[in-house]
Structures are given as structure tokens and as C-alpha cells.
Design a protein around this ligand. Structure first.
Ligand code: TXA
Ligand code: MG
Length: 344
């Protein structure tokens, strides 16, 4: 399959970018799979109402079919035709965080979505992305777009079009390149059909921000354990680099751990903040942000994890972060990438 590349301004310039976006939208209307930027990570989009189109997403990614997809919309007017009910709490969340990195699980309207989107559940996850290119593309396509992250299943999610191209060239009809994404981690997924509402996946909107809006919420307790989480996608290995990765509890001991692996003849990569990188000696040092700027760490995390696949590192050591605010989402992704392997 030939994979087209459309390069557009991240702000969408009406004069220069529209022919490109219109062509990408036509591909989507004809049932093809097209990757596009959102404010979180790149998504792999297809018409959420078409079985054949959505099947293309699963095939391109190699994604297990019991893992439902998030549906992306460009305006609130679309919602009524897609969901069976909207509660007051959901209204409040949409008002506060849409467009933005929050996916809300609604009871679905029957007969609208391909069953592949919802994995035969009665519910559907919907969000309105805060990215001008994504919003225009959805509007031009005139369809709700199912879109998981645009990576090969199990790999770190893509935050640039080059990451997408590396995984999916030849497997998708096209890639809309709108530059680097902003948040760098996926949306928060919340289920408000239970009381209190439950966060099924930590992400771009923090628990604290949500609680300031609607009061106390829970976090799916199984996220921390190995038993089946309520968000089906959270049970799979995810975000993993090729080399084994370990999480280091105390950043001050990283050099000691590096030395131990080096003594075993291993090449060591480290993923650390710029403060920790000072005076550190390892084969591959990747800096992602600052201890005092966890937004920056989130933005650079997946690119950092991915970058080790271009090295011959035998082992990767990663710094860890406080488990609150955006740190909760960072730690969730790091724990999955490391398969819960910690060293003190
Ligand atoms: O930021 C994002 O959300 C990105 C961008 C592209 O928008 N998309 C994304 O999609 O991360 P995906 O498919 O990789 O993750 C969807 C997550 C999975 O954990 C899935 O299990 C959960 O949302 N999910 C989707 N529909 C659900 C439902 N009806 N009930 C429970 N969880 C659901
Ligand atoms: Mg994903």
C-alpha cells in the first residue's frame, strides 16, 4: 500500500493546507485509514460507522479486537446522534475539558457505530480533541472518527509523524503531518455511569483537575494490579521499547545501577530529567524534561522511550516521578513500558 504524506501547519492555514486536508478527508470518506495529529498523540483514524473502515485500523496496528476504540468528534452538535444519554456530570466535564484530552464513556446509541469500535460493549468512549488539524479533518470528513494511537500495537504511542511513518508506512493510506503533539500522553478515560465516577486510564487531564470540577472520583483499582481492568486496553503490554526497561526508585542511585550493568558487559541507556543527567555517565543518555516541569516530561516521554530502539542498548533505566497530577499518567505509562520491573 502506498502511504501518502500531507504536511500541514499545526494551526491550519486556510489557503495552503485545505487542499491537503480535503484530500485526507476524502480518503477517510472512502473508508481508508489515515493518521492525524491530536493534542495528545497521533491517532489512526477511520470512519467509526463503517465496519470495513474500522477493520483497517485493527489490521494496520495488529490490535486485539476486544479492545474498543475512542471516537473523535469535532462539535458538540454531533453528540446527540451518537449517545443514548448525557448526564449533568458529563455536561460539566465537557464544558470544562472539551475540546481537550478527556474521553468520556457514554451509553451508546444502537445502530450507529461499527461493533468493532465498541468491542460489542453497550458503551462508547468519545472525545473532542483540542487540535485544529484534528478538528478540521473530522469536520471535513463529516463522520465521527474512531482513532487509537497510531503505533504498532504494544509500541510507544507516536508524538511525531515520523514515529507514525516508522511503524505504519505501507500499512495505512496516509499520514497528516501537523508537527509534534502537545500533551504527549493519551487522554484520560473516565466512566461517569458509576458513582463516584471512575478514571479508567490516567492521562492528559489529571484526577485533581477533574475533582475540582465534579468532586471526588475513583481510580480503577485494578490499574495497579494484574487482574482485568475495566478499560479493556489497559491489560495489554504497551509502550514498550525493544530492550528491557527498569524503573529506578531513587534517582540518586542510578549511576550505581548503571555501573552494575556495565560490569556485566551490558550497554546501558537511561531516560532521565536534565537535573539527574548532570554528571551521569552511561552509553545512551536521553533527557526528557525537568523534575520541576512534568508537562515537559510527559511531552517527551514516548519519543525518549522510542529513541532507544535506534541504539544497541541492552538495558534501559528510567527515572520515576511523583504519582499525582500529570505524574500519575507518566508513571502509568512507564510502569507498562517496564512491565512493572523496579529496582531500588
Ligand atoms: O489521547 C487519546 O485518547 C488517543 C488519541 C489518538 O485520541 N487515543 C487513544 O486511543 O489512546 P486508544 O484506542 O489507544 O485507547 C483507548 C482506550 C483503551 O484503553 C480502551 O480500552 C478504552 O480507551 N476504551 C475505549 N472505549 C471504551 C469503553 N466503551 N469502555 C471502557 N474503556 C474504553
Ligand atoms: Mg494506544
Amino acid at each position: 500500500m502506498d502511504t501518502k504524506r500531507w504536511t500541514v501547519d499545526s494551526d491550519v492555514d486556510k489557503k495552503t493546507d485545505y487542499p491537503q486536508l480535503e484530500e485526507a478527508a476524502h480518503f477517510l470518506q472512502r473508508g481508508h485509514v489515515v493518521a492525524f495529529p491530536t493534542e495528545t498523540v497521533y491517532g489512526l483514524g477511520a470512519d467509526a460507522t463503517s465496519d470495513a473502515a474500522v477493520k483497517g485500523i485493527f489490521e494496520a496496528k495488529g490490535r486485539p479486537s476486544d479492545n474498543p476504540l475512542i471516537v473523535h468528534i469535532s462539535s458538540l452538535d454531533e453528540l446527540d446522534s451518537l449517545v443514548a444519554e448525557v448526564t449533568d456530570i458529563e455536561e460539566q466535564l465537557m464544558k470544562a475539558f472539551w475540546p481537550g484530552p478527556l474521553t468520556i464513556i457514554f451509553p451508546k446509541k444502537e445502530g450507529v457505530f461499527s461493533n468493532l469500535v465498541t468491542a460489542d460493549l453497550n458503551s462508547v468512549g468519545i472525545r473532542m480533541p483540542a487540535h485544529p488539524v484534528a478538528l478540521e479533518l473530522i469536520r471535513l470528513a463529516g463522520k465521527p472518527l474512531a482513532a487509537p494511537s497510531a503505533n504498532t500495537s504494544g509500541k510507544p504511542s507516536p508524538t511525531t509523524a515520523d514515529h507514525v511513518a516508522k511503524d505504519l508506512t505501507g500499512r495505512v493510506a496516509g499520514i497528516v503531518d501537523g508537527g509534534e503533539t502537545g500533551v504527549g500522553l493519551e487522554s484520560t478515560v473516565i466512566d461517569c455511569t458509576v458513582s463516584p465516577p471512575m478514571i479508567l486510564r490516567p492521562g492528559g487531564v489529571s484526577k485533581e483537575e477533574i475533582e475540582r470540577c465534579i468532586g471526588e472520583v475513583d481510580i480503577d483499582p485494578s490499574l495497579k494490579k494484574e487482574d482485568a481492568p475495566r478499560s479493556p486496553g489497559m491489560k495489554y503490554t504497551h509502550y514498550a521499547p525493544t530492550a528491557p526497561m527498569f524503573l529506578v526508585k531513587d534517582a540518586r542511585s542510578i549511576q550505581e545501577h548503571i555501573n552494575t550493568f556495565v560490569a556485566e558487559g551490558k550497554k546501558v541507556g537511561v531516560l532521565v530529567t536534565r537535573e539527574t543527567a548532570v554528571n551521569l555517565s552511561a552509553d545512551f543518555v536521553r533527557v526528557c524534561g525537568s523534575k520541576t516541569q512534568l508537562d515537559e516530561v510527559a511531552r517527551q516521554l514516548y519519543g525518549g522511550i522510542r529513541s532507544f530502539n535506534d541504539t544497541d542498548a541492552d538495558v534501559i533505566l528510567a527515572e520515576t516521578y511523583p504519582d499525582d497530577g500529570i505524574g500519575r499518567a507518566i508513571m502509568n505509562r512507564l510502569e507498562k513500558a517496564a512491565g512493572q520491573k523496579w529496582i531500588d
